[in-house]
Design a protein around this ligand. Structure first.
Ligand SMILES: Cc1ncc(C[n+]2csc(CCOP(=O)(O)OP(=O)(O)O)c2C)c(N)n1
Ligand SMILES: [Mg+2]
Length: 784
C-alpha cells in the first residue's frame, strides 16, 4: 500500500467520537499485540488526535515512521514475482487451458502470503529498482521498475524472461484510503501477462489490501475485491473473489471459477484460505485435488545489483538513510531523513515548473496508449503481434470489413499473416503498400482505392507533424491549468490525422478555414508554435497580436478560428468563389463539426457552392459529439457525407492519415478540374472534453475514450507502420517526440516572457482605415 492516504477531518472527528480515544492517545489494549503493534497503534491514535485538534485533513499529515516498511514500493512489487517459476511453467504448457491454469496459479500465489502491515515508501519521480532471478532451466528473469509520476503517483514495472518468451508487466496507480480503524490500498491498472510465443495476453486487476486494527483490535491484513483474469485470445476467464475475514471466518479466503465460452458450466472451481493451499474442483470429474501448496514451493532469491552498480536514483540509494535508521530503530532520524527525500522531490518539481519543463519523461518506460511499457519490450521476440492494440485493431477490422472469421483469433500464423496484409508490406524499392483497415464510403462518385503506397519519408513527416500537434495541445492544456491561458480553449487531441492528411494533399496556395478548434491548423499551415502559444496567452507576439485568443488564429491563407458554430461554412464558400472568380486554380478547405452539420447556413452554402460549382471541399469532422451531445442525439441521420443531396461525398477513416491524404488528393483534383464542390466526412474522435471546462466524461465513458485511443490512435497507427516495416527504431521515434517536446516547451517560454499588447492596440485592426471610435467625442477620444 502507498503512503498517500485520503480522509477528511469530519470523518476522523466522527471516528474519534465513536471510538472514544483515550486522553493519552493510546487506545484499547489487545492481548495479542506485540510491542511493535502497540507502538504503531499508539502513534496512530496520537496522529488522529493531533489531526482532530489541528483540523488538518489526514492526507496533509505524515504517517508515523513506524508504519513504514523499510523498502520502496518499486521493490515491494517484486513480491508479485516471487513465484515466477510458475509463470515459466505456464510458458511450457502445451494446451491453452493448461497455460491459463498455470498463469492463474502464478497470479494467486502472490496474494496467498501474509502481507506486511506497514507501508512501503512512495517512490520519488524517476526512481528505479531492478534485480534478477536465476531459474532451474538456466534462464534468467529480469525485473525493472520506474516511478513515472509523483502526482498522481504511478509506477511501471516489467519482468522479462527471454529464453521462455515470458513477460509480466504493469503500470499501476496506487491510492490509499483511511477508514477510521483501517487503511485500504487499491492499485488502479492492470497486471499483464504475455506469452508472445502463443500470441497470448492475460489481464487481471490487483486485489485490494486492507490493514485493519490500526488503532483498535488486532493489526492484520486482508485481501479483498473481485476481478476477472482474462485471456483475450483463447477467451478463458477466471472470476476471482478475494474475501477478507468475515464474522465467522478468521482467515482471508478466495474462490475462483474458471470458464470458457465452449461450456455453459464453469470448468474448475478453486478455493483457498490463507494457509497457503489452493484446492481445485474439476467439474467434469467432480474431483478435488491440491492445485498449489505454497508451503512446498521454494521461491527464488532476487539478486539486486551491488551497491557500486546502483545508480543514484536506485530505490535503495534514494531511501538508504531512511532504511538504515528504521532498521536501527532510530525513528526520529528515520523520519527526518524521509522528510529530506520528500522535500527534495518537492523542490525539484517546483524547479521543473519554473523552468517550464512541463512534463516528466521516464527513462526506461515508453508511453503506449494509456500505459507505459518497458523500452526493451519492443525488441522482444514475436511480441509485435501480441500487444492489446493488435488484438483490438484486429477485432475492429473484423467487425468493419467482415472479412475474417472468429476462428482467425485462434490461429496465430494465420493471424500474423492477416495482420501483415492489413497493415501492408515493403517492396524492394523501400516503398510500402498499405491496405486501409476501413474502406471509403462514397456518394455520387467512385472514390480512390482502399490502399496506397507510402515511403519512410512520408511516414516520418506525418509522425512528426502529428506529434508536434499533440504536444502543442498538451502544453496549451498545461498552461490553461496554470491559469496562464484564460477564456475559451478547444483542443484537437485525437483528430490530428484529419488536419495533417488534408494539408499534405494540398498546396500552401490553397485556402483553409475552420471553427474554434484551430491551434493545430496553424502549425499545419506553417505558423510557428510561438505565434500560437503567445496568442493563447494574449501576448503581443501572438498571431493576432494577443487580441484574438484561442478561437481567432490566422496565418497565410488560413482564415481562423470562428466561434460561431457553422459560420465559417458560407465564408469558406466565399473564399472558394474568389478562387473561381479570379481563376487562381486554388481550392478552399472548409471544415466544420458534426454539430455544425445541422446548421441551416451550411445548406445555404452547399446550394450556392453547387449552383456555381465552386472549388470548395466541405469537411465534416465527425468527432461524434457537439459539446456534450452525441451525434446520434442531434442528427436525424448519420450520413454526413451524403447530406448535400446534389454534391458528391465520401466518408473517410479520419484516424488514418494515409487514407485522409489519399481522399484529400482525390477531392483536390475533383475541385481543380471544375467539377465543383465535394463533401468529406471524417470519421474521427475527440479524446479530450469539448473545451477546458468539460472533463469529457459525463456523456461518454472513460472506457469508450480509451477504446478509441488504444485501437485507432492516429499517431500510434503511423508508429506501428514505421516499426513493423523497420523503417524506424523506437529510438528514432523517441527522438522526434523529444524534439517536439523541446520545441513546444521553448515556444511556451517565449510566450510566457512576451509582453502584453499595448493599450493602443484596442483601436487598431478594427476598421480597414482609421476612423474615430463611435460614441466618443472626437476631441476626447484616445488616439494611438
Ligand atoms: C451558433 C452557435 N450555437 C451554439 C454555440 C455553442 N457551441 C459552441 S461549440 C458547439 C458544439 C459544436 O459541435 P461540433 O460542430 O460537432 O464541433 P466540435 O466541437 O465537435 O469540434 C456549440 C453548440 C455557438 N458557439 N454558436
Ligand atoms: Mg463534433
Amino acid at each position: 500500500m502507498s503512503n498517500s492516504v485520503e480522509i477528511s477531518s469530519e470523518e476522523s472527528q466522527k471516528w474519534n467520537e465513536e471510538e472514544n480515544i483515550e486522553e493519552d492517545g493510546v487506545s484499547d489494549e489487545n492481548v495479542n499485540d506485540t510491542p511493535k503493534d502497540k507502538k504503531m497503534k499508539g502513534a496512530m491514535a496520537s496522529l488522529m488526535k493531533q489531526m482532530v485538534s489541528s483540523k488538518q485533513p489526514f492526507y496533509k499529515m505524515s504517517l508515523p515512521i513506524c508504519f513504514s516498511e523499510p523498502r520502496s514500493l518499486l521493490e515491494k512489487f517484486t513480491d508479485m514475482g516471487k513465484y515466477f517459476e510458475l509463470f515459466i511453467n505456464a510458458s511450457q504448457q502445451e494446451t491453452e487451458e493448461a497455460r491459463f491454469l498455470e498463469i492463474l496459479k502464478f497470479y494467486l500465489s502472490s496474494w496467498l502470503v501474509q502481507q506486511d502491515v506497514r507501508n512501503p515508501f512512495n517512490p520519488v519521480i524517476g526512481e528505479v529498482f531492478s534485480c534478477h532471478m536465476e531459474h532451474k532451466d538456466g534462464s534468467t528473469t529480469h525485473y525493472h521498475s520506474e516511478q513515472i509520476s509523483h502526482h498522481p503517483p504511478s509506477s511501471a514495472f516489467c519482468y522479462t524472461n527471454k529464453k521462455n518468451n515470458a513477460i509480466f508487466h504493469s503500470y499501476l496507480q496506487p491510492t490509499s484510503k483511511f477508514w477510521g480503524n483501517s487503511f485500504e490500498s487499491c492499485m488502479d491498472g492492470k497486471l499483464i501477462f504475455e506469452l508472445p510465443k502463443y500470441s497470448e495476453e492475460y489481464l487481471v486487476d490487483v486485489p485490494k489490501i486492507a490493514v485493519k486494527g490500526v488503532v483498535l483490535g488486532t493489526l492484520t491484513t486482508e485481501v479483498s475485491g473481485s476481478t476477472v483474469l482474462t485471456c483475450k485470445k483463447t477467451n478463458h476467464t477466471a472470476e476471482i473473489e478475494f474475501k477478507g475475514k468475515g464474522l465467522f471466518k478468521n482467515k482471508n479466503f478466495m474462490i475462483a471459477k474458471v470458464r470458457h465460452p465452449s461450456s455453459k458450466k464453469s470448468l474448475y472451481t478453486l478455493e483457498a484460505d490463507w494457509d497457503g493451499k489452493i484446492n481445485i474442483l474439476n467439474s467434469k470429474t467432480n474431483k478435488t485435488t491440491t492445485f498449489f501448496d505454497i508451503n512446498s514451493f521454494k521461491t527464488l532469491d532476487m539478486v539486486v545489483p551491488p551497491v557500486a552498480e546502483q545508480p543514484e536514483n536506485f530505490s535503495r540509494r534514494v531511501w538508504g538513510a531512511v532504511i538504515k535508521n528504521i532498521n536501527a530503530d532510530n525513528e526520529e532520524e528515520a523520519q527526518a531523513q524521509k522528510h529530506l527525500v520528500e522535500e527534495a522531490q518537492r523542490t525539484q518539481a517546483k524547479e521543473r515548473i519554473e523552468q517550464n519543463n512541463l512534463d516528466w519523461t521516464p527513462k526506461h518506460f515508453i508511453k503506449s496508449d494509456n500505459t507505459y511499457i518497458h523500452s526493451q519490450l519492443s525488441n522482444f521476440k514475436n511480441r509485435n503481434f501480441i500487444t492489446s492494440n493488435f488484438f483490438k485493431l484486429l477485432k475492429n477490422t473484423i467487425h468493419n470489413i467482415r472479412m475474417y472469421t472468429s476462428s482467425l483469433l485462434r490461429n496465430v500464423n494465420k493471424t500474423v499473416a492477416t495482420f501483415n496484409s492489413i497493415r501492408g508490406f515493403a517492396s524492394k524499392s523501400g516503398e510500402i503498400k498499405v491496405k486501409f483497415p476501413r474502406k471509403y464510403e462514397t456518394y455520387l462518385c467512385d472514390g480512390p482505392a482502399n490502399e496506397c503506397t507510402t515511403t519512410k519519408e512520408e511516414l516520418i513527416t506525418h509522425f512528426t507533424d502529428m506529434t508536434r500537434m499533440r504536444r502543442i495541445e498538451m502544453v496549451a492544456d498545461s498552461l490553461y491549468k496554470k491559469k496562464l491561458i484564460r477564456g475559451f480553449c478547444h483542443l484537437y487531441n485525437g483528430q490530428e490525422a484529419v488536419c495533417t492528411g488534408m494539408e499534405a494533399a494540398i498546396t500552401k496556395n490553397d485556402h483553409v478555414i475552420t471553427a474554434y478548434r484551430d491551434h493545430t491548423f496553424m502549425l499545419a499551415r506553417g505558423a510557428t508554435p510561438e505565434s500560437v502559444l503567445a496568442e493563447l496567452l494574449m501576448k503581443s507576439t501572438g498571431c493576432s497580436k494577443g487580441k484574438g485568443g484561442s478561437m481567432h488564429m490566422f496565418t497565410h491563407n488560413f482564415y481562423g478560428g470562428n466561434g460561431i458554430v457553422g459560420a465559417q461554412c458560407p465564408v469558406g464558400a466565399g473564399i472558394a468563389f474568389t478562387q473561381k472568380y479570379n481563376n487562381t486554380g486554388n481550392i478552399c478547405l472548409t471544415y466544420y463539426g458534426d454539430g455544425a452539420a445541422n446548421q441551416g447556413q451550411l445548406f445555404e452554402a452547399f446550394n450556392m457552392a453547387k449552383l456555381w460549382d465552386l472549388p470548395c471541399v466541405f469537411i465534416c469532422e465527425n468527432n461524434k459529439f457537439g459539446m456534450g451531445t452525441s451525434q446520434a442525439r442531434a442528427a436525424a441521420g448519420s450520413d454526413f457525407y451524403s447530406r448535400a443531396h446534389f454534391i458528391a461525398g465520401m466518408k473517410v477513416d479520419g484516424m488514418n492519415v494515409l487514407a485522409v491524404k489519399q481522399a484529400g488528393k482525390f477531392v483536390a483534383d475533383w475541385c481543380r478540374s471544375g467539377k465543383g464542390p465535394f463533401v468529406l466526412e471524417m470519421d474521427t474522435y475527440r479524446y479530450v472534453g469539448h473545451s477546458m471546462s468539460d472533463p469529457g466524461t459525463s456523456y461518454r465513458t472513460r472506457d469508450e475514450v480509451n477504446e478509441v485511443r488504444s485501437i485507432r490512435d492516429p499517431i500510434e497507427y503511423v508508429r506501428g507502420l514505421l516499426l513493423e516495416h523497420k523503417l524506424a527504431t523506437e529510438d528514432d521515434l523517441t527522438a522526434i517526440e523529444e524534439a517536439a517536446r523541446e520545441e513546444m516547451d521553448k515556444a511556451a517560454e517565449f510566450a510566457i516572457n512576451s509582453p502584453m499588447p499595448d493599450m493602443r492596440e484596442l483601436y487598431t485592426n478594427v476598421y480597414k482605415e482609421e476612423v474615430p471610435i463611435r460614441a466618443v467625442e472626437l476631441d476626447q477620444s484616445f488616439r494611438p
